[in-house]
Design a binder for this molecule. Structure first.
Ligand SMILES: [Zn+2]
Length: 555
């Protein structure tokens, strides 16, 4: 159980942190005032260095938005980012962990080793013209950045390049590592990176994730962990009208598994969440389906709960095979995520930096656009937040109702990790949805990502210049977080990353999507290239009037 129970929590943390944090606190007290002053000065320089890279941030945000690639098919995205990193002098290893679109970029030498990560994949059917507050796909049916994963690498690159410049000038030791969250939406990348040893020599992971707020947290978060399992059944084909008695329907097994699961749901712990899609439902009605498969996400609050839920699902699948005279083939684990737990000392340092950076300055246009996006999905039109969030404390297990998952959980149980939420999107949309793409290549995303890059760069400097902080991070990880709970992978030794996922979707849509790839050499921004005069708001009849230009027309 990666949790501490109710009343014990506060006392336990106090005792443990007392023993862990004491040396670092006294070390901090001994730290000469000039070291403090130097750190503050370098942080101010870092913020300026990030501002000097605002165009880089805008270009990376816009470029990856325009690629709009789904998990494991982030081919253009990875090629683009790897080229940028190599140009900056990073040594990049590609095809990491058997995943063609995963890479690890390194620069610098010695300790500490700080790894910056962020997701890069999009959402199915979320193609959307940015800067337009009406549903308007760029390519109908195509994927798009309906979460905002196009912005996190812009945050990380700007922060890393700014700090690299400072490290070179100040001759600071340390190693910067950049890496992508591949196929986060399938929860299918990070456990494989952990297994491949990507984080073996890493001291701290700073992860960036798009948000509508500017903040961070420590301890156990809200939400769930999960295992993602493909159940495949094998039956016997037959003429469905002529000789049905000779057939055994694999689709029947899938349907009965779903029915069985939905009855069993009543008797599952309240905090489970589970959902499925049928990925193979047979070929045509007059052929008894000889293959069928159903893909389940099984979510629970902790490792033990996930394993228990998974065992129930396995038994329901076996029962469905028995009822239908079909065979349950060996299951495939397509992905997994541990529940998340973030590092207290690093989160506290990051929160101070967030407060110092403050929220971006939103214009009246930004606020009008945000309100229109909120109205477009029937949400209160509160606009964009104007104050930073406080540091979120741990979520007590008793109050965690479960929810979304993120495979950063596996990283967070492997190495001290924090997640920076930077304000680059609009609050209100249902999530995993085209409306969450509307703002993601507009000044809202650009300014929010610049603010995030400043907080990330300043936290990097904290880690590089205050060895005591890295010690406290390690102390919290060892003595508090993992004192009773040890990471055990949910992926099994034989499970391989499902790199074939989404291949057919991208093969179908990529040719049409290419007509809208951002060409930063010809156009200052993606909005300019598309001919979108931001913000495009609906008229009184609810219509957004805009003619979107294809890339080819500009040539
Ligand atoms: Zn995400």
């Amino acid at each position: 159980m990666p949790r501490f129970s109710g009343l014990v929590t506060g006392a336990l943390f106090a005792v443990l942190l007392g023993s862990v944090a004491a040396p670092s606190l006294s070390a901090q007290r001994r730290r000469p005032a000039d070291a403090e002053a130097r750190l503050d000065e370098l942080k101010a320089t870092a913020a300026k260095e990030v501002d000097a890279r605002a165009t880089l941030v805008q270009q990376v945000v816009d470029q990856i938005f325009s690629f709009g690639e789904l998990g494991f098919q982030e081919v253009e995205t990875s090629r683009y980012l790897v080229a940028l990193l190599r140009r900056e002098g990073f040594a990049v290893e590609t095809g990491v962990a058997g995943i063609p679109t995963a890479w690890v970029a390194r620069w610098g030498s010695g300790a500490p080793v700080i790894a910056l990560g962020s997701d890069i994949d999009g959402i199915p059917q979320a193609s959307q013209v940015p800067g337009v507050a009406c549903r308007m796909p760029l390519v109908s049916g195509a994927p798009g950045h309906g979460e905002g994963h196009n912005s996190g690498q812009a945050v990380n690159l700007a922060a890393a390049f700014a700090v690299k410049h400072i490290m070179e000038r100040e001759k600071l030791p340390g190693t910067l590592v950049l890496w992508p969250g591949v196929a986060e939406e399938q929860i299918a990348g990070k456990p494989f990176l952990v297994r491949a040893g990507v984080f073996r020599d890493v001291d701290v992971v700073l992860f960036s994730h798009v948000g509508t707020e500017f903040g961070t947290s420590w301890g156990a978060t809200w939400g769930s962990g999960l295992v993602s399992v493909l159940y495949r059944f094998s039956g016997k084909a037959a003429h469905a009208a002529g000789r049905p008695w000779q057939g055994r329907s694999a689709l029947d097994a899938v349907e009965l598994m779903d029915i069985g699961w939905n009855f069993r749901r009543e008797h599952l712990p309240l905090k489970q969440r589970s959902h499925s899609v049928i990925v193979d439902g047979g070929d045509q009605p007059n052929v008894v389906p000889q293959t069928a498969s159903v893909w389940y996400y099984l979510r629970e609050l902790d490792y033990t709960g996930i394993k228990a839920l998974w065992a129930v699902a396995d038994s329901v699948a076996e029962g469905a095979a028995l009822m239908t005279g079909t065979t349950l083939l060996p299951t495939r684990v397509l992905g997994a995520a541990w529940p998340r737990h973030y590092n207290r000392p690093v989160a506290e340092a990051m929160a101070r930096n967030i407060a110092q950076v403050g929220m971006p300055v939103w214009t009246a246009d930004d606020q009008a656009f945000a309100r229109a996006v909120q109205r477009a999905v029937g949400q209160p039109d509160s606009g964009l937040k104007t104050t930073v969030d406080s540091l979120d404390p741990p979520v007590p297990p008793a109050r965690n109702l479960g929810g979304a998952s993120d495979d950063i959980g596996d990283v967070s149980w492997t190495v001290p990790t924090v997640v920076l939420h930077y304000p680059a999107n609009v609050e209100g949309p249902p999530g995993h949805h085209w409306s969450s793409a509307m703002a993601m290549a507009t000044p809202i995303a650009h300014k929010g990502s610049v603010a995030g890059a400043k907080a990330a760069a300043m936290t990097l400097l904290d880690l590089l210049l205050r060895p005591a902080l890295v010690d406290s991070a390690r102390g919290y990880f060892r003595e508090v977080q993992t004192r009773k709970v040890k990471y055990q992978p949910l992926i099994r030794p034989g499970d391989q990353p499902p790199i074939e996922l989404n291949r057919e979707i991208l093969e179908r849509y990529r040719p049409a999507m290419r007509a809208y790839y951002y060409d930063a050499k010809r156009h200052r921004t993606y909005l300019e290239q598309l001919g979108v005069e931001y913000p495009v708001l609906p008229d009184s009849g609810g219509t957004c009037r805009v003619t979107v230009r294809r890339r080819a027309e500009g040539r």
